[in-house]
Ligand binder design. Structure first.
Ligand SMILES: [Zn+2]
Length: 76
């Protein structure tokens, strides 16, 4: 696999994550306001931006980073 293929795969993976975020933002029931991962209250500012949020900012960032890592092409 050359660099162009690798870059194309990364863009594809990023687009998938971005699409999921858009879909999640525009669909689904409102959040319970409690993070599913750590059980703490989700920040009101976050709920205003993403009313369906299931995770607090900290956990959401971790989950996003995790999914980006999984989508990366090839082990490092
Ligand atoms: Zn959390």
């Amino acid at each position: 696999m050359d660099d162009i293929d690798c870059a194309a795969e990364r863009i594809d993976a990023f687009n998938k994550v971005a699409l999921q975020m858009v879909l999640a933002r525009t669909s689904g029931p409102a959040s319970s306001g409690v993070c599913k991962a750590c059980g703490s209250l989700i920040e009101p500012e976050r709920l205003r931006v993403t009313p369906h949020a299931r995770h607090c900012t900290e956990c959401a960032e971790e989950l996003e980073a995790e999914s980006l890592r999984k989508n990366r092409c090839g082990p490092r």
